[in-house]
Design a protein around this ligand. Structure first.
Ligand code: 5RP
Length: 219
């Protein structure tokens, strides 16, 4: 099976985790696009969606799915989103699509984070995928310098990308994230950092992993 077929498989499988009559949290990316497409036929069975990006909002609306502002919602039962890497404990690197800040906001509203990913995303230790960090533009150089001092990674601003919130993304290569919870807590405090793409406090409760043998459920 191709990677796209595996993404379609888990996108479809995620529909079974949507709670009828509820508002569903919707992430961002190519795997989530498969989920949105699979959700469309059930649009009358949900109260709507809270979206984590302009791109996902546009796709949801184009398919006739109602989108609510996160400010209108106090809690949602499930948030369904992809990941760039996920470890066996459900900790993730996210932000390859630059939507990490809104993704963490919607994840925070949710009781359960359901991660959907093809099998290539499962790793023993996070860090082979460059860690995205959303940064206020005037702090970019300071954050890059600080990464070098604190963790020894090579950080650089992602060229040509402005987030939905008007900020830049700093990608950090060469990390071995052995304690995701501690690193998320530390980097989140640095001045100018809006969001670090480590999802450890908001880790996945369930991961639907697309494999050539079918969907593997990790809990
Ligand atoms: C976007 C994300 C995505 O979930 C992540 O990049 C995975 O994307 P894809 O499903 O296209 O592989 O974090 O900010």
């Amino acid at each position: 099976m191709t990677q796209d077929e595996l993404k379609a498989l888990v996108g479809q499988a995620a529909v079974a985790h949507v709670v009828p009559g509820s508002i569903v949290g919707v992430g961002t990316g190519s795997t989530v696009n498969c989920f949105i497409d699979a959700l469309a036929p059930l649009k009358d069975q949900i109260a709507g969606a809270v979206s984590s990006s302009v791109k996902s909002t546009e796709r949801l609306l184009a398919l006739g799915i109602k989108v609510l502002d996160a400010n209108e919602v106090s809690s949602i039962p499930v948030y369904i989103d992809g990941a760039d890497e996920i470890d066996h404990g459900g900790h993730m690197i996210k932000g390859g699509g630059a939507a990490l800040t809104r993704e963490k906001i919607v994840a925070d509203l949710a009781e359960r984070f359901i991660c959907i990913a093809d099998a290539s995303k499962l790793v023993d230790t996070l860090g082979a995928f460059p860690l995205p960090v959303e940064v206020i533009p005037m702090a970019a150089t300071q954050v890059i310098r600080r990464f070098g001092q604190a963790y020894g990674g090579q950080a650089q601003v992602r060229a040509g990308v402005t987030t939905d919130n008007g900020n830049v993304i700093v990608d950090v290569r060469g990390l071995q994230i052995t304690d995701p919870l501690a690193m998320e807590a530390e980097v989140s405090q640095w001045p100018g950092v809006v969001t670090v793409g480590i999802f450890a406090r908001h880790k996945a409760k369930v991961c639907l992993l697309g494999t050539p043998e079918g969907v593997r459920t990790l809990t």
